[in-house]
Design a protein around this ligand. Sequence first.
Ligand code: 13P
Length: 249
Amino acid sequence: MRKHIVAGNWKMNNGLIQTKTLITELKQQKKTSDAEVMIAPAFTNLWPAFEETRQFPIEVVAQNMHFAEDGAYTGEISAGMLKSIGIQSVILGHSERRAYFNETDEALAKKINTALEHDMRVIFCFGEELSDRKSGHHESVVERQIKNALFHLEASAFKNIVLAYEPVWAIGTGETATPEQAQDMHAFIRKTLSDKYGSDTSNSVSILYGGSVKPNNAKEIFSKPDVDGGLIGGASLKASDFFAIVNAF
Ligand code: 13P
């Protein structure tokens, strides 16, 4: 049985006080679903968030990291640094990183290797732009992103990989993929994995959907058989909305 996961990507939001306040509010919410819950605060708030959620079933994860072990990379954070404060998982390949910070599939493959070498879990994001979907190339774009970043790995590596399909046109726009569009793409992603690694591997990997998931549409999206959870941006910044989504499972 695949894990259900709902992860909140806080992006570049919340200072220290807001982080602590939001976590206090998250801890007051009632969880009625079997979904694993993750939150991804900014680097400066990872440690306080980690401390505030100790003994609580909320995993604190990073939004990014560098592929090098250490060295002259001003402004960057390594896997070892994240592990040293207890962080076990990292989001890699978010479309905002790709679009604004020129992250390529090749750089992402290196980051994934480093994270896996450190025994970290990777939440790997990918998704097509609006022009790709309009021109009917959405599947080939997603297939290329997956192949370039992941297909050098052994099947056994996928126990530490979560996939997050985030169509760029649905991120922060209020425009969600329809549940059918999400299901079709998730089934395509699973088939792409199955063709390379076999069905045991492809059926074991959780595939999250991200892009304007809100309390009022989460249930329908999560009801689809190949949608195993969500990566939530805007709605993860409000505790009651985030848990309404968590509890949509
Ligand atoms: P929104 O939920 O704000 O559309 O953001 C989605 C996202 O980018 C999560 O990583």
